[in-house]
Design a protein around this ligand. Structure first.
Ligand SMILES: NC(=O)c1ccc[n+]([C@@H]2O[C@H](COP(=O)([O-])OP(=O)(O)OC[C@H]3O[C@@H](n4cnc5c(N)ncnc54)[C@H](O)[C@@H]3O)[C@@H](O)[C@H]2O)c1
Ligand SMILES: O=C(O)[C@H](O)[C@H](O)COP(=O)(O)O
Length: 335
């Protein structure tokens, strides 16, 4: 079976080869899938994409009607980059990887939160400029005697809760479907209470296009402590970026860290000559608030265990579908 895999970084290529136990005929393409590079899929039986690839109605139509491709799978947890409605109409099967190492993202979220909590980004920026003074803005609480709030205690949120609870931290959580697994590490409380009590708030809810844009809004931010840190490693679209910029600028929260932004397709994977060249004005303003704002380039899943899971579970998805017609990680459009 011929599979074209989009968004394969050179460092990832040996893993695709090593984990190819079903001997698929793989075509590895470095670029993310866009409407402009659909022709890489010509002659292929199936397509594998990642989070920052866009499976739009336009390119899905070409895959189905011009190339006869019926399978477009993603090696990501999130699937907001796929037009599920169009896929269903075109008879394209979509599947994802719902469960790669959750510690990949959980550890990053914790690292970013701790960096802001202990002011190390401010201190190391100062020392890199030759300033070794212990200034009042470096004064800190300690995490073992503080409270962390997890919003969305699913697989990643629970993994982060476990990490913090291992340090003795009290961990609260808000979740629309509280689980027993999470309850081992968190106390579930209503969202407003979690926001009011937490010193670090870490968000892990999925993005559902048209449903929960700007879940983190002015109101959400006002409910947090002025001394608290907000971390979003989930998706940029669930946050009102302008509201976060204002909240940090006005001291309504102490800092913000994100592994995700809005308009990712124009930002992630690109290198700009200057911050002023970042194409989204709100993201530009956010970046300029460093070191109170820390942004990473959507690298939460960029660890060896996560990468191996993403590839091998995708290959299992293809093998199951090629042998039985479907697989356990198929996504259905629920319009
Ligand atoms: N930064 C990265 O590289 C990276 C990597 C993987 C996943 N993600 C993002 O993280 C998200 C979470 O991943 P996961 O594996 O933990 O998913 P999951 O489905 O296991 O957990 C999500 C949890 O959020 C809860 N939830 C949904 N809406 C909610 C709401 N409004 N309020 C409270 N709780 C709500 C759900 O009940 C569920 O428990 C993904 O959807 C994806 O967008 C980011
Ligand atoms: O949802 C996920 O699995 C991740 O957020 C995501 O896909 C990572 O982004 P990528 O590096 O795959 O573009």
């Amino acid at each position: 079976m011929k599979i074209v895999c989009y968004g394969v970084r050179p460092i990832e290529e040996p893993y695709f080869e090593k984990l190819n136990k079903y001997d698929f005929d793989l075509k590895l393409v470095t670029e993310f899938l866009t409407d402009d590079n659909v022709d890489e899929a010509k002659g292929m039986d199936a397509i594998l994409i990642r989070g920052n690839c866009a499976a739009s109605a336009k390119n899905l139509k070409i895959f189905a009607e011009d190339y006869g491709i019926k399978y477009v799978f993603t090696r990501s947890v999130g699937y907001n980059h796929i037009d599920l409605k169009a896929a269903k109409e075109l008879g394209i099967q979509i599947a994802r990887v719902p469960n790669y190492s959750p510690y990949a993202v959980a550890e990053l979220a914790m690292t970013l939160g701790m960096q802001l909590f202990r002011h190390t980004s401010i201190a190391t920026t100062d020392s890199a400029a030759g300033n070794f003074k212990v200034t009042p803005n470096l004064f800190s609480k300690e995490i073992h005697s503080s409270t962390v709030g997890i919003i969305g205690a699913g697989k990643i949120g629970t993994a982060e809760a476990r990490l913090y609870s291992g340090m003795g931290t009290k961990v609260l959580a808000s979740d629309s479907h509280p689980s027993k697994q999470a309850a081992e590490y968190v106390e579930f409380e209503p969202l407003d209470d979690v926001l009011a009590k937490s010193d670090i708030v870490s968000v892990h809810i999925p993005y559902f296009p048209g449903e929960n844009e700007n879940f983190i809004d002015v109101d959400f931010l006002k409910k947090m402590k002025k001394s608290a840190i907000l971390v979003n490693t989930a998706r940029g679209e669930i946050a009102d970026t302008k509201a976060i910029v204002e909240a940090v600028k006005n001291g309504e929260i102490a800092g913000y860290a994100g592994d995700v932004t809005v308009d990712e397709k124009d930002i992630m994977g690109h290198q700009f000559d200057s911050v002023d060249d970042i194409p989204n004005a709100d993201v530009r303003d956010l970046v300029k608030l460093y070191p109170k704002v820390l942004l990473t380039p959507h690298m939460g899943s960029f660890t060896e265990p996560a990468l191996e899971d993403m590839i091998s579970i995708s290959f299992e998805n293809f093998h199951e579908t090629f042998t039985t017609g479907t697989n356990k990680n198929v996504l259905e459009y629920e319009g």
